[in-house]
Design a protein around this ligand. Structure first.
Ligand code: ZN
Length: 315
């Protein structure tokens, strides 16, 4: 009892009392240690949500600095995930973005219940992300060019493509065709939304068909692939761009590497399914860092629209 009482008193009255009289050696050592330990622990306390550790270089980055840097690590340029609205803000001219279909929400048409009911999932993701679904679409100006812009958000159900994502993108593509505008779609997705079964798969054909009409009108479409872009989205509108560009280090593919490895029983080459790997093999035209994205899109749109006006084939 006596030993547990002494350290408490010495902490509480720190600095107000002269040092305690010398104790027997073993007891003195015991008293000092908890005092030092508790002081340090208090200083190390960092409020949660202020710092983020870079998964690539392990640097602790102040969240505000990360936000100001478009969620790119200032030391190693690792690209963190970024929300659809932040990305749109970084791409379009101020106040030029008119959102389309902001109220469109998914319906649980199959009454899907698994580990969690789809309806509950939708509600909780709408609350946590502030989005209605996994894509934000609208018409905005990038530099001097008015374009149809669609940006996906991975934080909403893994950026999965259900009926609403498909419908919003199709409506965007059709509007761009009608208005004679180029298109930029920034993808990030785990693929089709299993909670909507076949309705989700049909969105692949629907978006692809709308893009075919857009292409027939000789209007440019730039597809921007970000980490990760996979499965049904990769197998439809994401790979149909006149230009396909990607952010550095993005994981891009159809099935995941583990599935492919198990199916083919073959060792996968290093860097498999990264943007860099796919650029070397010709699927991706250019790798553009997030901080240069806007400038490069302006260049590419200028080039493609110029080609269109002069009858030069874009692809
Ligand atoms: Zn880093």
């Amino acid at each position: 009892m006596a030993t547990s009482f002494i350290p408490k008193r010495s902490i509480g009255l720190e600095g107000k009392e002269p040092p305690p009289p010398p104790e027997p050696k073993s007891a003195a050592g015991f008293i000092k240690k908890p005092k030092l330990g508790s002081g340090r622990a208090r200083k190390r306390e960092i409020p949660e949500g202020l710092w983020t550790k870079c998964p690539k270089c392990s640097t602790m980055i102040y969240d505000k600095e990360l936000d100001d840097n478009l969620k790119v690590c200032p030391r190693c340029s690792h690209h963190f995930p970024i929300g659809a609205r932040e990305r749109i803000h970084a791409l379009v001219e101020t106040c030029s973005f008119e959102e389309m279909d902001p109220q469109l929400i998914s319906v649980d048409i199959l009454g899907f219940t698994g580990v969690a009911a789809y309806a509950d999932k939708l509600e909780s993701y709408q609350r946590s992300t502030g989005l209605k679904d996994a894509v934000v679409t609208g018409i905005g100006r990038i530099g001097p060019y008015r374009v149809g812009l669609g940006v996906m958000d991975f934080s909403f159900l893994g950026g999965s493509m259900g009926s609403v994502v498909g419908e919003k993108l199709t409506h965007l593509i059709e509007s761009a065709t009608d208005k004679g505008l180029g298109l930029v779609i920034v993808s990030t997705s785990g693929g089709a939304r299993m909670y909507e079964g076949m309705f989700s798969l049909m969105q692949m054909a629907k978006t692809a068909a709308a893009l075919a009409y857009h292409a027939q009108s000789r209007l440019p479409y730039i597809s921007v692939l970000t980490h990760p872009t996979t499965a049904g989205v990769m197998a439809s509108f994401a790979t149909l761009g006149d230009l396909i560009i990607a952010e550095p280090g993005a994981m891009i593919g159809f099935a995941g590497p583990r599935v492919i490895k198990d199916t083919t029983q073959a060792e996968l080459p290093p860097g498999f399914q990264t943007a860099e790997f796919l650029q070397e093999r010709g699927l991706i035209d250019s790798i553009v860092s997030r901080k240069e994205m806007k400038e490069r899109l302006i260049q590419y749109l200028g080039f493609l629209l110029h080609s269109q006006r002069h009858g030069i084939a874009a692809s």
